[in-house]
Design a protein around this ligand. Structure first.
Ligand code: NAD
Ligand code: DAU
Length: 353
């Protein structure tokens, strides 16, 4: 069956993997990638599929209500996979309002456009909201996991804004019968992640012999999933998820930050031909992140049992592939850290849209 899918935030880290998967796997679907191209949006992530006949890029801001209405009208989207967001916790601590604007107001603006356009016939429509495990807060006991039924307890301005957007999506289902589905995923890693997040930042710093700023004692725990596996899970939820339901996505793969950092250091020593222990000397313990959540851990049993999700990679394989990618794509890193990526691609696309 043919579909017209609006994917928001498709020039970002996870969004670009979702767009690539859908464009390649479903040639009969029309994929519209809508992205504002903030600092986190990079069309270089999608160079391999940019000329595919079932792919269209739209440079736009999800908070622009008039434009969102007209795009639904013009392109006749029958579903939305909504990933556009401000996504970095440290930035939310310094600029909380930007997170409210994009993550809350932007999501409600999109919900309104979908509701308005689909109002006469909700059959076959879907608003899929991609969210995070951070909405559940911080775990303090080793035997606890986040379930779909765990109460929301967001602790940072970022997670508070994502929690709010989740509530709005569910409220539109309850109040207006908008067909929705949600997923809440754990930390992603892999190619094309902006080098402000732990793994790409540290890989870049190790290459350049720069300090590795470990927050606090490095004892916080995160649950890591390879980004391509998240995209595969999104494909499953989009096609098989039950309307109105929520699915937690994760790979049962918890790491204490400092242990993960040591794995990155020793793997980089081997790949760069350095003496073992050399990169670890770059570790520098710095002031902790304000309100730093101690532990996240997803119980992914529901999506595994109900939708048949299985991560395709073990962590050792995923981190090795990720390290190879950053080592082989020094230009990508250089373009991102120098800011070149923004100018070239927005100029090029401005004239084509
Ligand atoms: P990212 O920051 O890499 O990408 C976000 C994208 O959204 C960028 O391309 C940016 O240009 C775009 N964007 C931002 N504001 C916009 C606006 N107003 N209008 C249109 N586009 C806009 O983020 P990511 O890490 O790929 O995360 C994608 C989604 O997945 C987010 O909703 C995030 O909350 C969620 N998530 C992320 C992780 C993770 O580990 N990174 C885990 C679980 C869930
Ligand atoms: O759990 C899902 C979330 O994972 C997503 O919703 C967010 O969008 C994504 O950014 C990520 O949030 P984190 O805050 O967990 O990711 P980050 O890469 O910023 O940090 C991972 C851990 O590493 C965290 O405990 C903080 C620590 N850290 C991070 C940075 C950038 C450091 O010790 N030093 C650093 O310089």
């Amino acid at each position: 069956m043919s579909k017209r899918i609006l994917i928001t935030g498709g020039a970002g880290f996870i969004g670009s993997h979702v767009v690539r998967l859908f464009v390649n796997k479903y040639p009969n679907y029309q994929i519209f990638n809508l992205d504002k191209l903030t600092y986190a949006g990079n069309l270089e992530n999608l160079r391999d599929i940019e000329n595919m006949p079932n792919y269209t890029f739209i440079k736009a801001d999800i908070t622009d209500a008039v434009l969102m209405d007209s795009l639904f009208e013009k392109h006749g989207f029958d579903s939305v996979i909504h990933l556009a967001a401000e996504s970095h916790v440290d930035r939310s601590i310094t600029h909380p309002l930007e997170f409210v604007v994009t993550n809350v107001v932007g999501t409600v603006t999109l919900l309104n456009a979908a509701k308005k356009y689909w109002n006469s016939n909700m059959e076959g429509k879907l608003f899929y909201h991609v969210s995070t495990d951070e909405v559940y807060g911080s775990l303090h006991n080793d035997n606890e996991f986040f379930l779909e039924t765990t109460s929301y307890d967001p602790q940072s301005p970022y997670s508070a804004s994502k929690a709010s957007s989740d509530h709005f999506v569910r409220a539109y289902h309850n109040t207006y019968k908008l067909p929705i589905v949600l997923s809440n995923c754990s930390n992603n890693y892999g190619p094309n992640q902006f080098p402000e997040k732990l793994i790409p930042l540290f890989l870049n710093n190790i290459q350049q012999n720069k300090a590795l700023p470990v927050y606090g004692k490095g004892e916080n725990v995160r649950d890591w999933l390879y980004v391509v596996d998240h995209a595969r899970a999104i494909d499953l939820v989009y096609h098989k998820g039950k309307i109105g339901d929520t699915y937690n996505i994760g790979g049962f793969n918890e790491w204490k930050n400092i242990d993960l950092i040591k794995v990155m250091c020793s793997t980089m020593d081997k790949k760069l031909g350095r003496k073992i222990g050399e990169s670890e000397k770059l570790i520098s313990y710095v002031k902790d992140r304000a309100g730093h959540d101690l532990r996240y851990a997803i119980d992914a049993s529901k999506i595994m049992k109900e939708l048949g999700f299985e991560p395709s990679l073990q962590f050792e394989e995923g981190i090795s592939l990720t390290i190879d990618w950053y080592l082989q794509n020094k230009n990508w890193l250089e373009n991102v850290t120098s800011g070149n990526y923004q100018k070239y691609y927005s100029d090029q696309y401005e004239s084509r849209v």
